[in-house]
Design a protein around this ligand. Structure first.
Ligand code: 0O2
Length: 241
């Protein structure tokens, strides 16, 4: 049951709406924290740099409805504004994005409504990120309601670009001169290159570490190991005498 069904034609006030979206945000945030902790526990590696969450401001909700030529009603907010509750997961490396998305997708109490993969298909602005629209069940005294949360997953470099691009465009109220859009697009290409390079470096370091670990792991042909083994045998012989 979604919010509009639960309240038969939409919630009666903004506070109810906020309460529901805040509850959903808390639940998904905790879920991601647990997945991160489990990942560290198993792999001794933290793929997440930081997590941010926010409830969309009333003004931004209004603007979005206006953009979609919708009346400003609670019903329409629930139905048509998908990112009232939003969580952003900022991870270290490009491949962590799909790893995290996979972990979220496998959560049986979340329903994935849609996925927008702006990594494979960047926006014309140069924007890259992985968006998942999910619903999470919130258990209330009069029943269970499914609340939408938008999850954005991106690297630190992508987040840096998106934050600054957002600020620059905001200043121009969407009417930035052509050279600004072109330069921002160019910056997005640099960000993509940076992410690729960082991933390659990380892979190279991991490969070297794996090699070192192999060396440390007892190599039975190793001279030191042979000496150690022969020493043990000698001791045993001594003991037998
Ligand atoms: P804010 O301030 O982050 O909340 P929709 O209007 O949601 O039905 P849309 O906009 O195509 O359709 O949805 P999409 O692609 O999932 O994008 C929603 C959010 O992604 C935006 O929310 C931004 O957070 C981010 N985003 C999308 N495109 C860009 C971009 O070109 N630059 C930057 N910096 N962010 C982008 P809001 O509500 O626009 O903004």
């Amino acid at each position: 049951m979604n919010i509009n069904e639960m309240f038969e034609n939409g919630p009666e006030n903004f506070e109810t709406l906020l309460f529901l979206y805040n509850s959903a945000l808390k639940k998904v945030h905790t879920k991601i924290d647990v997945l991160r902790d489990e990942f560290i526990h198993i792999h001794n590696y933290n793929p997440i740099e930081y997590i941010k969450d926010r409830i969309k401001s009333p003004n931004s909700i209004k603007k979005k409805l206006e953009k979609h030529k919708q009346d400003i009603t609670y019903y329409n907010m629930v139905e048509n504004v998908n990112d009232i509750a939003g969580i952003r997961i900022v991870c270290s490396f490009f491949n962590d994005i799909y790893r995290i998305a996979g972990m979220i997708g496998r959560q049986t109490d979340l329903t994935v409504l849609s996925i927008k993969d702006y990594l494979k298909n960047p926006k014309p602005s140069g924007y890259t990120s992985y968006h998942m629209l999910v619903t999470v069940p919130i258990f209330l005294s009069q029943g269970t309601v499914d609340v939408k949360v938008e999850i954005q997953i991106r690297t630190i470099a992508m987040d840096f670009w998106a934050s600054l691009e957002h600020k620059i465009y905001y200043k121009f109220e969407g009417n930035a001169p052509e050279y600004i859009s072109r330069d921002l697009k160019e910056c997005a290409n640099i960000v993509a290159m940076l992410d690729k390079k960082m991933l390659e470096l990380n892979d190279a370091v991991n490969a070297t570490r794996a090699g070192e670990d192999e060396e440390i792991e007892i190599d039975e042909d190793d001279e030191v190991f042979e000496e150690y083994e022969s020493g043990v045998e000698e001791d045993d012989e001594d003991d037998d005498e």
